[in-house]
Design a protein around this ligand. Sequence first.
Ligand SMILES: Cc1ncc(COP(=O)(O)O)c(C=O)c1O
Length: 412
Amino acid sequence: MIVFGAPKIERDEIDEVVRCLESGWIGTGPRVAQFEREFASYKDAPYAAAVSSCTAAMHLSVLAAGMGEGDEVITTPMTFCATVNAIVHAGATPVLADVDQQTMNIDAAEVEARITSKTKAILPVHFAGRPCNMKALIDISQRHGLKLIEDSAHAIETEYHGRKAGTFGDFGCFSFYATKNVTTGEGGMVLTKSEEDLARIKMLALHGLSKDAWKRFSDEGYRHYFVVETGFKYNLTDLQAALGIHQLRRVEANWRRREEIWQRYNEAFANLPLTLPAAPELGTRHAYHLYTVLIDEARAGISRDAFLDAMTASGVGVGVHYLSIPEHPVYQQKFGWRPEDYPNATRIGRQTVSMPLSAKLRDEEVSQVIEAVEAVLSAESKGQGAKSKTASAKSKEQSAERHEPQGLALTL
Ligand SMILES: Cc1ncc(COP(=O)(O)O)c(C=O)c1O
């Protein structure tokens, strides 16, 4: 089985983790500080604070941006639930603006149309690693006096007209989850423009303890700390940073490998009855985090969900990024959101399939993915859909017996 999003972990990471274990300091410490410095330098950003996840990064950013009860934050319906949940956790109200159907990124005109006197921030997502229209979003945020927080979970390598994603807004939030382009297993980072914002994020990420409380057990000797806010437990550990330091050194090599795989898929799928991802925009750099195709049943002769099953039956782990936010019951109940009010995100969410794109994939595995897609679509066009569904059901039963992962479990 090709596991969707399997990380590429090499000897350097493993050795660093062992050295960290042997050092006696596995919590937040010098390796986290090094990872922060090196990440900030890679992103050409003045300040970086490592945290336990991108969800934590966004929660703290929304708080540090001063959002709270009664404040509205505009975000996209084409994202992982974490983006919306972070706004809710901070006590603010999420408002959705539909996406552009080609780029799958938040549509600036939709953002502008949703602005009210309560709007205080915009939280765009650079979906799949493609930068949002930052020129338009910055213009809107400046004209309306709004904070800008970038969900850059997919966008470590992303650039927009010479500037790096996550450095446009007041806060840039990154994920180092297992499937991400740089992984620490779980982890996140916040980039800030000001030292004050950095200090607030760091303090909130460690219970609200006063400055540099993590040093309280260091060889500088015990230092008293004070609790100055009721913060959270969102710190990254040195064990995780040990992975991140070496992952970051290979970020460009891995990006080049994913670009190659992306091009191979583009060529192989060009004449198949599916919609390919939009080509990267001129003057920008795509992070190639997700390769998403659209399966329109009327054109492909197979439903998206049957396609997912058939791919899994062929031994290829695939993902869905994402069923749109208004499809989920909790948001329908809490905010009254309806899928039909966000037609572009809804259509994408019902048709989208993510192909494996890990830098770990060998050439023969990329060929296996391509052959599986061709076989599934050609079986359907020959009217053998029922057959492939039976095969899929059979394979599911078999892998359940063998306790194999189904591929979808890892696809955040
Ligand atoms: C767009 C987006 N935002 C936020 C997150 C949350 O990241 P994390 O798992 O690091 O909290 C994810 C994670 O998959 C994501 O894809």
